[in-house]
Every structure is written in C-alpha cells, then in structure tokens.
Design a protein around this ligand. Sequence first.
Ligand SMILES: Nc1ncnc2c1ncn2[C@@H]1O[C@H](COP(=O)(O)OP(=O)(O)O)[C@@H](O)[C@H]1O
Ligand SMILES: [Mg+2]
Length: 678
Amino acid sequence: MKCPKCQFDNREGVKFCEKCGTSIELVCAKCGAKIPLDRQFCGECGHDLSRPEEAAPIDYNQPQSYTPKFLAEKILTTRSSIEGERKLVTVLFADVANYMSMSENLDPEEVHQIMDGCFKILMGEIHKYEGTINQFTGDGVMALFGAPVAHEDHAQRACHAALSIQKAVGEYEQKIKKDHGLDFKMRVGLNSGPVIVGAIGDDLRMDYTAVGDTTNLASRMEGMAGSGAVMVSTDTYKMARDFFVFESVGKVPIKGKEKPQEAYELIKASEVETRIEAAAARGLTKFVGRGQEMQVLKAAFEKAKSGSGQVVGIVGEAGVGKSRILLEVRNMLSGDENTYLEGRCLHYGGVMAYLPMLDILRLYFEIKEGEQELEIKKNMKEKILQLHEKLQNALSPFQDLLSLKIEDEAYLKLEPQQKRERTFEALRDLFVRASQHKPLVLAVEDLHWIDKTTEEFLDYLIGSLANARILLILLYRPEYNHLWGSKSYYTKIGVDQLSTPTSVELVQSILEGGDVVPELRELILNRTGGNPLFMEEFTHSLLENGTIQMKDDQYVLSRKTSEIDVPDTIQGIIAARIDRLEENLKRTMQVASVIGRDFAFRILQTITGMKEELKSHLINLQGLEFIYEKRLFPELEYIFKHILTQEVAYNSLLAKRRKEIHENIGKAIETIYAERLE
Ligand SMILES: Nc1ncnc2c1ncn2[C@@H]1O[C@H](COP(=O)(O)OP(=O)(O)O)[C@@H](O)[C@H]1O
Ligand SMILES: [Mg+2]
C-alpha cells in the first residue's frame, strides 16, 4: 500500500503509514467498514465508494450523525489513549436569546424548522474550529474545544467559533425576520479550565466530568451575555487576549463564588494572528544567540542571489525560536534590493487550500484590507505585465485564488485538475519571473499545519528552484515529514533550545528592570529547559500572579518553588503535542512521568510489563526529542528533555491512576533492587 502522503511503500494490511502515520484506510459511507484506500467497492456491503454519501437527516441526539468525518476519525483513532484524562479546555455555551417568545408566537413546526437551521449554523462553525459538540439543548448547544483531543489554542478556536456563530446567525436573522417577522439572536458564553474526559463510545458520545466550575462558569457567562454578544471569563480572556479585542464589563457576581469575577465581552478578532506577531506587538525581547543559524541563512541567501536557488528548513519544537529567526532574517534582508514574501499555515487552516499562498499573493500585489475589487484587479494586471506579458495567463488562476470575479470563460470551464495545474504554473512563473527582476525570499511558516494542495505545490516549486534566484525558507516542527530532504540545495537548520549562558541573557532581558536573584534565575532555567517561549510565558505568568516581586532593585521570589504551576498556555502546547503521539508512545511517557524526570529502563519495563517493544517506543520518543538517554552504565536511564513535558504528562493522569502506578513503582523497586536493599 503506497502512502498517499509520503509515498512510502507499506506492507499489505497496515492501517497507518509506517513512515509518517497517515491513515491509509477509507471508511465506507454506507456501513462504516474500513477499507484500503485503493479499492472501489466496499467489501462488506458492496457500496460504490466513488458515490457520494447520501445526506441522511441529522439526529441531534446522536453525535455520529452530526460529527464530520475528519473529526470523528481523529477522535476514534486516539480515543483509547485519551479516556480518563484531565484536559484543559474552553467550554462554549450558546442559546437563543428570545426562545420563549419565539415559541409562544409561532407554531411548533415553525420553531422546529428555525432551530434546525440554527443548529446547522452552530455545527458548521464549531466543527470548522474542531470543537466537539457535547449536547444540543432545546434552544442551543454546549461544545468543548480541546477535548477529547487537546489543542494548544483551544481558547482562540472557541473565540473564533463564537464570533463566526454570531456573524452567521446575524445573516440568518434577516431571513427569519422576513419569513416570520421575528428577532432571532443568540447569546454565547466561554470559559476555560480543566475537565476530565471519560469514556468515548463507538457512537462518539463522550462522557466528561467538570472539574470545579469549568462548565458552570461558561454557562454563567452565556447567561450574562447580551443578545447577539459573546461573554468570556477571565481565564479565557487571558489565553486569547493577544489575538482578539475584548471590552471589560467589570467585576460580576458569580453564584457559588465568594468574590466577584472579571468578565469580558469579545468584540472581534484583532489583526494579530500568530504568536510572533503578538510578541512583536507587545515588544520583543532582545535577540540572543543564534549566530550560527543566522550565518547559514545568510550564506543560503547569497547563493540564491547568485542564481542557485536554495531551500532552507528551520526545524524545531514549538516556542524554540523559529519565527524569531525568520523575523531577524527579514530585518537583515530588508531594503529595496530584494523581495521578501511570507505566508503562514494556521492550526485550523488545514482545510483551506492555498492558505499560505494567499498571504504571499496579497503581499506581492499589495492588496489592502477592504480594497475595491476593480482596483485590486487593475493593480494585479499592471504588476503582472511589468514582469512579462506572457504572465497574462496567470491572472485568472490568481483571481480564482483570491475569490475575485473571473471573466475568462475558458478558464471557468476547466476541470478541477486542469485548474490546479494552471494555478501551480501561474504561481511558479510569477516567482521565477519576479526573481529575475530581484532576488526573492519566500518564507512559509508552520508547515506542520499545511494544507495538502500547498504542500504539493511546494514540492512542485522546489523542483524548479535550482537555477532561480529564490531562497525558500520553510519553518516547521520536527513531527512534520516531507519529500525534499534529498535535494542538494536543501539545508536543514535544527533549532535547539538555548544554551545556559544564552538563556541567562534572555531571562535578564525579559526582566530588564532589575537584577534577577540566582534562585529565581535557576527556577526559570530549570523549568523551561532553554525554550524561549516557555521562558517568556513562565516569567510573565509569575510576574502577573505576584510570585516575582521587586525588592531593592532586585527581582525576587515570593513563594516556594514547589508551589508554582505550569502556566496554561505552555501546558496547552505540550499537551497537544503529547496527544498527537501514537497511543503506545503516549502511554509509555505517562507511566514514565510518574517515575520522575529521570527513569530507569528496568523499572519502566517491570511496571509496564513490556518487553522488546518498550525499547522501540523509547527510541521513537528519543527521535521525537521528548526524552534523552541519560546513561548506559551501571544501568540504562532516560531523562525527559523538558521537566515541563514530564509535569504535563503527569498532570494529565487522574489521581487514581497515578496512585496505582506509584504503587507499582514501589513494588518494582523492591523486586529489582532486592539484593541491594538487603
Ligand atoms: N533567540 C531569541 N532571543 C530572544 N527572544 C527569542 C529568541 N528566540 C525566540 N524568542 C522569543 O520567544 C518567543 C517564541 O519564539 P518563536 O520564534 O515564536 O517560536 P517558534 O516559532 O519556534 O514557535 C517569541 O516571543 C520570541 O520573540
Ligand atoms: Mg512560530
């Protein structure tokens, strides 16, 4: 079986690619049987697999009836490893503001019809951001973002979904007004906090237990929201504030809480979409280290400039500083002598074809927000003709990409495959032509979230780079696999955590107003393991909750280090990464986390009862840089690369399970070291 993603030739009968982990099965739309990708008919029921699924009416009590396939698959493939875990989520409640008066004034049939339309909007918007709907209430919905599968940006996703719901309902209201003469508005409330994910059934039904008042507070926020508005709690606000505009509504009393809590109205998405933009908007910390990485990039640019195209991968885990390096490259290359264009993939953008290419086109054609269509088209044409008249051909595909009106009848009649070819050619020709004019730097951020079409386009483009004055810079996390590694003009820059001296420099520049006492510096260094994002987030959260205080021009700690928790943002990033692991690896890591930051192979082997396969799991985890081999003698020991990874894995386990593992560790130590203990 050839893998559709990486083309690896797999053994017959495997369900996932053994090279890159992509699913190589189809699910029959009729009977749900799993079938290899290359088949035409279902072996179980004879269904013609090329025929689209007939739309069945939606049953709002049956999650498998309303959950889209891509989400259902994600949940089912990971479910056994997420059951019984503690997760950080954002809870969304939405309901119809004037449901009572609507049901009094209309007959039940009409109300049913209106609500059906409303539920479809809710489903569409929530699923778009990969939320899971837990329950349809009579007049609304409850959904979770970040469970069952963890998302590092659950709060952002929930905010996007809430705004999209209000927008779509606003349009729907116009129709209801026309048909029934009624106002139709929704209230939405959000709160973030922990929940425990219970069993997940074959039918996708997920049990969950609220921890503390995670869900109550979300429901309370919804109750307080005005018609057509979105209200969020302080916890959600803190996680999403960089990316959205909020208005504080002041402190509000909450049932069951002694002190009133701050609530915020979510107004709109801000211009800031990525973490590095948010950091830049707040003011960047001084750039430290990375001299070698910058050298490599500079050399690659010089080569490209002289006519031998280069591809550079900047590869490293979340927060290690990839985007920051790119930002410094952009500053280094700024000026009129070259063109710099950058596009980014978004976490929830995997379904939007050409997303990063759209950024790049908008930059190239200098398209501004809200600009008139005619103006855009005129400018595009001028710019294209300036490059070369042959590029005329590219106009229709570009208009298509940018959702502008296309006049070219012949283009409109093309089959999708032909349109795609035209688009690929158009983009490539634009880049190559532009680079003849001035050296071109193309950067694509966060390839681990790339859509399939852009991915294929990049492969195609890389094939034509060898003699172009183009430097293509690609940023991604280590878990992303690709095909171009073998090209002689490809260079990979592995971005590792900062060295200790560089980390010290960074901590001092984050806390620039005074000296950092050694105890505090050690705490930050130990907990964040040289990851600059973690250093910034951790330090800021300590400042915000008063753990770091200023005394006589010195930053000091006001609490015991053992009482300090991992901030939610970091926890989210790590939890999402752990959830993407294959189940065996994740389980191994969780059990190891109970032993401690360092763990001996023999103990792990005894408590898991695994034999040879444990070795291979650990080798895999090493490859992914979750753990390192600490020493071989006198016995094999491993260590978690980040103490935070160990903490997050440990925190995801329920107390009961931890206790069991602790007991088993005790027993294992007794048996293994019996002689020594005597
Ligand atoms: N070498 C560095 N010097 C100073 N700050 C850095 C450095 N590397 C990263 N940072 C900061 O750490 C944060 C995370 O870095 P970022 O580049 O966004 O990580 P990544 O893109 O790898 O996820 C940003 O705020 C960035 O400014
Ligand atoms: Mg980045």
